[in-house]
Design a binder for this molecule. Sequence first.
Ligand SMILES: *Cc1c(COP(=O)(O)O)cnc(C)c1O
Length: 360
Amino acid sequence: MSVMPRPSILSVEPYVGGESKIPGVNRIVKLSSNEGAFGPPPAAIAAIQAMASEAHRYPDGGAKAMREAIGARFGLDPARIVVGNGSDELIALLILAYGGEGTELVMSAHGFMMYDITGRWAGCRIIKVPERGLCADIDGMLAAVGPRTRLVFLANPNNPTGSILPQAEVDRLRAGLRDDILLVLDSAYAEYVTRPGYDAGAKLVDASGTTVMTRTFSKIFGMGGMRLGWCYAPAPVIDVLSRVRGPFNVNAAAMAAGIAALAQKGWVEQSVAHNTEWRGKVAAALEAAGIKVWPSEGNFLLVDFGTPAKAKAADDSLKARGLIVRAMGGYGLPACLRITIGTAEECTMVIEALTAFMHG
Ligand SMILES: *Cc1c(COP(=O)(O)O)cnc(C)c1O
């Protein structure tokens, strides 16, 4: 006899993050986790350092100052914001609270991996809906909804495909879902979007009462290591999250850094300008080298080599130059690599490496 978890736990494949080391290579360039090109904002670094001598104090469990700073920045009611230890924590809390054994969770085939991982942990049946041209298919998702469906997840833009749905399609998804189904709009890459008419989700949260928007400081704010995310939700969902979250789920340094990051003048604007410029330059250069690049509204590109063998060879040749990108087998896209938009120098290295690979 031995202790056994609930059976659904054993169907969970552990999350494999982006690699950060290459044996035998000293100087590596990590473009495997979409961490933002510039590190943390200087004001956030200073805030973390200033917090160190206060590390014996428990954080504010109500996260009042953090929620007020987010509310002020995004024009949202702080009472309808909950912060989390990364948005991953909020995603998990939502799934555990609204899903579980006997329920179904609907997501698109190449949607973000954590919905699948945490959904299985909770005991949900995961329904992955085929995409159209690597973009979520709303008709397919609506058709996949059944009486047991309680959760629908949509990352917009989506990681790892980079695809985005027009607002009318997101609205159509919500309109086609019953009111006992929670729609989670994961807008981890919202700040990077350049397509006009995009709304990160707040409008639908207000309009529907059954939709949640999740956001993160891990991407454009360069604070993945601090673990800080947040969600904007209808009051009843806020009430549920307040019951199930840990009393001190976000640490004091993360919140101090988050508040400082929001106050750093020009950070988002400069990061977006850099990302838009280099996302375009890298995509154009790789296309010119004969590689298919999927359109992206995030801070990364999904680069398609046509076959798994060629993607693997490309990955090997990038590694040989110290460049670490993300292999996509785990996402059902083995012919692709996902490459984060780094600094100008890093982007240039990627262009040179892959151009040489295609000519080699
Ligand atoms: C990176 C990412 C997250 C996780 O963000 P954390 O706040 O670091 O937990 C959530 N969703 C998507 C789509 C992401 O790419």
